[in-house]
Design a protein around this ligand. Structure first.
Ligand code: DGL
Length: 259
């Protein structure tokens, strides 16, 4: 019965654990199979072809394990190939894109000033150009690549305040943040830095991500197909292309931080 089947969730690395936490909160009866591709991270500075190949390899493996749906918990991978994945697999494939719409919808539709923080590849892809085109006539939007926030998390230095602060200075220092309404965390790794962003910015700057929206979209698709799991408590299993026990322990810790 499809309802009891697991949901596959993957990312270039550990960022997708933030999405996994959001899905687990919203759908606690589901069994989640998370796969991080840390051995191949970061995706955000790779070619679209390299990213596409990894996404198909990982999705093939999750589908072979019986996944009833896939969450591409990576804005970069979604930008590159969510359409190709949907064309290949007959199950729901939920992608992610920077949460620019919720950012622009704030304040009763009044013009917003928004920084979109994402990977270089997400910001380069046509999917983002199309998203930007929907909003830039009415709002002021800055695109800010922040690749080091991916590598800092992957290398286990999330709690190194000086290192993170120095990266935020480089990326956000040039902006007059008193003139900014919100920052969109357009990369799932960045959600782990939410408190740093909050601390760095004046309290008038909202920090927005798309994780809850993604979890709700998944629930809607599964409900529409009558495939929501029910009854017993669900589980979260974590796999990674880097098989080290240290990474497995670190992944669990990261998941727990957001649970
Ligand atoms: N977590 C990913 C995203 O949401 C990408 C990070 C990377 O590998 O560069 O875009």
């Amino acid at each position: 019965m499809a309802g009891a089947a697991p949901i596959g969730i993957f990312d270039s690395g550990l960022g997708g654990l933030s999405v996994t936490a959001a899905v687990h909160r919203l759908l606690p009866a589901e069994n989640l199979l998370f796969y991080g591709d840390s051995a191949y991270a970061p995706y955000g500075i790779k070619s679209p072809e390299q990213v596409r190949e990894r996404c198909f390899t990982i999705t093939d493996a999750l589908v072979a394990r019986g996944a009833k749906a896939i969450v591409v918990a990576c804005n970069t991978a979604t930008s590159v190939c969510v359409g190709d994945l949907r064309a290949r697999y007959p199950i729901p494939i939920v992608g992610m894109e920077p949460a620019l719409k919720p950012a622009c919808d704030r304040d009763a539709g009044r013009p917003q000033r928004v920084i979109v923080a994402a990977t270089p590849l997400t910001l380069k892809e046509t999917k983002f150009a199309r998203l930007l085109a929907r909003f830039q006539a009415d709002h002021t939007i800055w695109s800010q690549p922040c690749p080091d926030l991916v590598t800092i998390l992957e290398s286990g230095h999330l709690d190194d305040r000086d290192l993170v602060r120095e990266a935020l200075d480089r990326y956000l220092g040039p902006y007059d943040l008193s003139q900014v309404d919100s920052i969109v965390l357009g990369c799932t790794h960045f959600v782990f830095y939410r408190d740093y962003f909050r601390e760095y910015c004046p309290p008038t700057v909202a920090v927005i991500d798309g994780n809850e929206g993604t979890a709700r979209q998944l629930r809607k698709l599964l409900a529409g197909r009558g495939e929501l799991g029910g009854g017993d408590p669900g589980s979260v299993s974590i796999g990674n292309s880097d098989p080290s026990p240290e990474l497995a322990a670190y992944s669990r810790q990261l998941l727990e931080r957001l649970s």
